[in-house]
Design a protein. Structure first.
Length: 419
């Protein structure tokens, strides 16, 4: 994530997994810490320690001075750290991030992020709110050393989280695979899905596993995996349909008034394709950053990823001017920037940059109406639909472009790694 604002953290990043080569399958802790510092996910002044035990990583942060951050902000930090770690090593299943106090290092806030949490959010199965609310948060120290403290309102939620954190899977062949399937079933149950058929299949699989590895066991696991995946797809599509309906019901944003002396030309724009509401992990982490950008808690996080734009420029050759400034309609400007990038690749996007920079400067002032006006000017020059009224269409176009861009870069990086 990048700088200039936490929002820019997600701008043009093509996903947090881009921080590490996709071919990496083992975690190098010194390199991890170096990368986190380089991306300003952790400050250079922070002392850190990390321990990897099997599939679990414990990551402790010791600040030079007390940092006053809410639990919500700490949760987001923990998610971003965990996402980076799990992108570097696919085998990591849990990341415990411990935020220590400066004066009393025995007192810290511990946040547990599981691989299943990250995957469910990235796949669109859970919302940002559900992801953050579902994290297990413990306050260690204070009254008694080693005491775990939780807010009364969080007790029931945490108890549920603890029950699902370690799926109880009988001993036998392919236990890890069975545990993952069990966790996915429990995730579906938390979404209100009836899971009795899946539980019956899990019991049958567990019985086969007691006899050892076998072809019937592998076939049953494959069938169950397919069945669960189909149900997850249904849940995901249902969430997308709900989001699309909500977007359609939202009153249109009032057209901005043009500055004095400026004549707004009539829009000659193509109609967006209907029914396109695809949302991937790219935009979901962008949305998380976007919500932070408009939060009163954003100020200390603005400095968190300073310098990431330079990283993106060096790694992906992305024009850092395209990274949206903090301000109104950040996510809509993010998608508009993707469209400019597409036009740049076709050889005629640079001509629009002066208009885009005017839009950027206006966004920095916080003037919502004039920012919208500048955005529409850019879109009209590119013969594109209104970027605010047609946000769903822009989202789909940006996601399709980013996916192709990321896959292309991943292939090039993989070939380079093999050489």
């Amino acid at each position: 994530m990048q700088r200039f604002s936490i929002a820019k953290a997600a701008a043009l990043t093509i996903g947090l997994s881009a921080l590490f080569p996709a071919v990496c399958n083992s975690l190098n802790l010194p390199d991890l810490e170096k990368s986190l510092r380089t991306q300003k996910i952790i400050s250079p002044s922070m002392r850190v320690s990390s321990t990897l035990q099997g599939a679990n990583l414990s990551f402790s942060i010791f600040p030079e001075k007390d940092i006053k951050e809410t639990t919500g902000t700490l949760k987001i930090r923990a998610v971003l750290i965990a996402k980076t770690v799990m992108s570097a090593d696919k085998n990591v299943q849990k990341v415990e991030v411990q935020f220590h106090e400066k004066e009393n290092t025995d007192h810290y806030t511990q946040i547990l992020v599981r691989s299943v949490d990250i995957k469910a959010f990235s796949a669109g199965i859970t919302s940002e709110e559900e992801l953050l609310n579902g994290l297990q948060v413990s306050t260690i120290g204070g009254g008694s050393k080693g005491e775990t403290e939780t807010k009364p309102s969080e007790v029931a939620e945490q108890t549920s989280s603890e029950k699902t954190a370690e799926p109880e899977v009988p001993a036998g062949a392919k236990r890890e695979e069975r545990a993952k399937l069990s966790a996915r079933v429990k995730a579906l149950k938390s979404k209100g899905v009836g899971v009795k058929p899946f539980l019956t299949q899990l019991e049958a699989v567990d019985e086969l596993a007691k006899a050892g590895d076998s072809i019937p066991l592998s076939e049953k696991l494959e069938q169950l995996d397919y069945s669960i995946a189909e149900q997850e797809k249904i849940v995901s599509e249902r969430a997308k349909a709900t989001a699309a309906a909500a977007a359609a019901a939202t009153p249109p944003v009032a057209t901005a008034t043009a500055p004095k002396g400026t004549k707004a030309s009539a829009a000659r724009t193509p109609q967006p394709r209907g029914g396109t509401t695809a949302t991937s992990s790219f935009s979901r982490y962008s949305n998380m950053a976007n919500s932070l950008a408009s939060s009163s808690e954003a100020a200390p996080l603005m400095r968190l990823f300073e310098g990431y734009a330079q990283h993106m420029k060096q790694r992906y050759n992305i024009d850092e001017r395209l990274i949206p400034e903090h301000g109104p309609y950040w996510h809509e400007r993010y998608n508009l920037a993707m469209m400019i990038r597409m036009h740049q690749e076709r050889g005629f996007g640079d001509a629009i940059m002066p208009m885009w920079m005017e839009c950027q400067q206006m966004a920095k002032t916080g003037d919502q109406a004039q920012t919208a006006y500048k955005m529409r000017n850019v879109a009209e020059a590119l013969r594109l639909p209104d970027p605010i009224k047609n946000a769903v269409w822009y989202e789909a176009q940006a996601e399709a472009y980013k996916r192709k861009f990321y896959e292309r870069h991943e292939e090039e990086e993989h070939r380079s790694f093999q050489r």
